[in-house]
Design a binder for this molecule. Structure first.
Ligand code: NAD
Length: 370
């Protein structure tokens, strides 16, 4: 891969923005920033884990801009009212105007937190995403969903608020632990499973090398994922319909996450991986897709080292009732009916608003027993 970068555009009318991805974007981002920042104050909010290897790469490049720094502790706990309150106070103390630009430098946690802060500060200030995890580069930094978690559930307080720019430097992934790369890869596979069977096949061929660090393959995965996501978001920014497809595996996955408690025991991407398998098994039981599809997906997950079964995290406290209760609290549900993303095959996901409750109960109790 050459030492340069490519870009894609998310088309959202007046809110269009570019996604740049490639190598060493951090070192070169001043040239991109020059097109977006004209003397305004920049506040870079960064994940504490980036301090050692990446922060100076970015800040050296931003030398000459009016920059301020705020550190946020790494981890899902930072997506809370408590952290938001501290962050807003820190930003306000620095002095903020409508022209101030926030920069979210980190993974999905920082992106969601800073994006939400940007949406409510002075009723909205601009923000730029510089995603540093695979999950954030292929998913969370694009599309403008911002949120924090509450004790009642994940992402329950937030806003649709698009960034002005996304800069994904693939070399930040060099320091990302394998487990986090895998968690991000679960979201990459998702795009193939939703509506792009050829991309799933590409994942089957290239997934292991991508995970092991091949930059060219990572670039392709980021490009393809952002392209598919941008297309969906452009057609349905506020998830009135089509965008819900991107939640494949998430209704199950969120229920698992709530039950485990957010944190290192079960990463978001791992929960999505287990939830994706559950969604395809459910689809198979309902006669929608073939058993062969389920076997193929399970085999690919197993081959790359993604978790498949919830047995590794289930405890005796888990019950089908509790899982269904969590699913009912998921934002993707409507009224009393549970809405799921199911599939008629690989690359043929669809939104099912009338899920047979008894079949769901049987599936969940089988999952808990295995
Ligand atoms: P994360 O932000 O917690 O990052 C994962 C871990 O990697 C953290 O410990 C972090 O400190 C560390 N890290 C970050 N960059 C690093 C780097 N370059 N090198 C070494 N370590 C690094 O988690 P994530 O997986 O990026 O994001 C998960 C969050 O994203 C969840 O809160 C989820 O709800 C959210 N999400 C949002 C959307 C959306 O559309 N807004 C989509 C998917 C997920």
């Amino acid at each position: 891969m050459k030492n340069s970068y490519e870009n894609h555009e998310v088309f959202l009318g007046e809110k269009n923005y570019k996604i740049f991805f490639g190598q060493n974007i951090l070192e070169n981002c001043n040239s991109v920033f020059k097109n977006y920042v004209f003397g305004e104050k920049i506040i870079v909010v960064y994940d504490s884990s980036l301090e050692k290897n990446h922060l100076s790469r970015l800040m050296t490049s931003l030398d000459g801009f009016n920059t301020n720094l705020i550190k946020v502790k790494s981890g899902e706990k930072s997506k809370s009212f408590y952290s938001l309150n501290i962050l807003l106070n820190q930003i306000l103390s620095l002095g903020v105007t409508r022209n101030t630009i926030l920069v979210a430098f980190g993974g999905g946690v920082i992106g969601d937190l800073v994006g939400f802060a940007a949406s409510i500060l002075l009723r909205g200030v601009k923000y730029i995403q510089i995603p540093s995890t695979l999950l954030a580069q292929v998913d969370s930094s694009v599309g403008g969903k911002t949120a924090i978690d509450t004790p009642q559930g994940k992402n329950l307080v937030g806003a649709f608020y698009q960034p002005r720019l996304v800069l994904a430097d693939l070399t930040t992934l060099d320091t990302l632990p394998l487990r986090q790369i895998l968690a991000g890869y679960a979201e990459v596979i998702k795009y193939g499973l939703i509506n792009n069977p050829d991309f799933f096949e590409w994942c089957e061929t290239n997934g292991s090398d991508l995970i092991n660090g091949d930059l060219g393959l990572r670039a392709h995965a980021v490009e393809k994922s952002c392209f598919i996501k941008a297309q969906v978001v452009a057609r349905d920014e506020r998830e009135a319909g089509l965008r819900a497809l991107l939640n494949l595996g998430h209704t199950f996955g969120h229920a698992f996450e709530v039950e485990v408690g957010f944190g290192k025991k079960l990463l978001h991407g791992e929960a999505v991986a287990m939830g994706t398998i559950a969604a395809f098994e459910f689809s198979q039981r309902l006669g929608l897709c073939s058993g062969q599809d389920v076997v193929r997906i399970r085999e690919h997950f197993r081959a790359v080292g993604l978790p498949i079964d919830i047995s590794s995290v289930v405890t005796k406290k888990w019950t089908t009732d509790k899982l269904i209760h969590h699913m009912g609290k998921d934002k993707k549900t409507e009224g009393d009916n549970l809405t799921f993303i199911l599939a008629r095959g690989i690359g043929q996901a669809y939104i099912e608003t009338d899920v047979p409750a008894e079949a769901l109960r049987v599936l969940l109790s089988d999952l808990l027993l295995t």
